[in-house]
Design a protein around this ligand. Structure first.
Ligand code: KIV
Ligand code: ZN
Length: 386
């Protein structure tokens, strides 16, 4: 079954922290890293040590306290970067160096003013340098989403030969459609002769809202690592959201894939990350949004009250969320109103509810949500019909 495990590589502290305004200090990063380890993530990308002395310190300190998860540090395909990453990881029990270079023609020509062959040489060189420090080297083929598949296959074959043990296929610009990203992974599996010597990793950005879908397409086609962040934080429109991929694989067991993440920790950690990074979670966010388990329309409320499974595919307890909520609004129906009155201790019959419902709608039309205090007032003023 081990080959069906999907490794969860969390990059909240690196790609997630690239969000403007989300900068973390070292104690904050250490606290989050410990929570990520308790959640059960396999790899924690702790930072980009060459980028600043503060980031170097964070990677170094995180390496000291993390005992189970692999601690990873990012570098470009530059000797000094790689040496600095290795230095920052010197206390890590399981250090990983994550190095790489752009592989699309946009990157090769505009960013590096290089040829495809030169890029392959630099990639091999970077992996070789990194292997001097650790056996666990991940290579990222930046902008692989827009790279030509045949060329990408050559790069990947070369870096695995040089010693890369994980090959990251980033859709850096969030460009791919799920079937295209899945086909890219399948192409690499079928065209890279030594692909069985490395784990293929998905690193998808959310510019078109497809990061999670693309990552799932990746693992359905043979990738076995997903790079993701809590709340989907990350550059521009963000990265693949950790809570979404974990719950998709849990919900769709027929895929035969699993992670070691303890889903009950998802909502508490989402709140902690949101508070620490000062980045509110959108209310309609899957799994961790405030409305993820709220029901407000009459039809949904009626069905939910008869059987929660009619409108909920996940038990909120399974993801550490508060109990499902029935929100009373002008779209709510009689059954939700009767249910709430009952919870408040009132015993109204069907006729009472019919009359009360008319008054309820008048209140509901004047505000976003009808609260228990409003219902108390309605109940206190209610005169049962003779
Ligand atoms: O999006 C990307 O390509 C990256 C790499 C540095 C892995 O974040
Ligand atoms: Zn990224």
């Amino acid at each position: 079954m081990a080959e069906n495990k999907v490794f969860i590589f969390d990059t909240t502290l690196r790609d997630g922290e690239q969000v403007p305004g989300c900068k973390l200090n070292t104690p904050e990063k250490i606290a989050l890293a410990l929570e990520l380890e308790s959640l059960g993530v396999d790899i924690i990308e702790a930072g980009f040590p060459i980028s600043s002395p503060g980031d170097f310190e964070s990677v170094e300190q995180i390496s000291k306290v993390i005992t189970e998860a692999t601690v990873c540090a990012l570098s470009r395909a530059v000797k000094k970067d790689i040496e600095t990453a290795a230095h920052a990881l010197k206390y890590a029990k399981r250090p990983r160096i994550h190095t790489g270079i752009g592989t699309s023609d946009y990157h090769i020509k505009s960013k590096f003013n290089a040829t495809r062959e030169e890029i392959i040489e630099r990639a091999i060189q970077a992996v070789t340098w990194a292997r001097n420090f650790t056996d666990d080297v991940e290579f990222y083929a930046e902008d692989a989403g827009r790279a030509e598949n045949a060329y990408l296959a050559k790069v990947i074959e070369a870096v695995i030969k040089a010693g890369a043990t994980t090959v990251n296929i980033p859709d850096t610009t969030g460009y791919c459609l799920p079937h295209q990203y899945g086909e890219k992974i399948a192409y690499l599996i079928n065209n890279v002769s030594n692909i069985d010597k490395a784990v293929i990793s998905c690193h998808c950005h959310n510019d078109l809202g497809l990061a999670t879908a693309n990552s799932i397409a990746g693992v359905m086609n043979g990738a076995r690592q997903i790079e993701c962040t809590i709340n989907g934080l990350g550059e521009r429109a963000g990265n693949t959201s950790l809570e979404e991929v974990v719950m998709i694989l849990k919900q769709h067991k027929h895929l035969g894939l699993y992670t070691d993440v303890n889903s009950k920790g998802l909502n508490p950690l989402s709140r902690l990350v949101s508070d620490t990074m000062r980045m509110p979670v959108q209310p309609n966010k899957a799994i961790v949004g405030a409305n993820a388990f709220s029901h407000s329309s009459g039809i949904h409320q009626d069905g939910f009250l008869k059987d929660a499974l009619t409108y909920e595919i996940i038990d909120p307890e399974e993801v550490g969320a508060e109990q499902s909520k029935i929100v009373l609004t002008a779209r709510s129906g009689r059954s939700a109103l009767a249910h709430r009155f009952q919870k408040l201790g009132f015993q109204f019959n069907r006729n009472d509810i019919d009359v009360l419902y008319e008054s309820f709608l008048k209140v509901a039309d004047s505000k976003k949500e009808v609260k228990d205090e409003d219902l108390q007032v309605l109940a206190n003023h209610y005169q049962p019909q003779p």
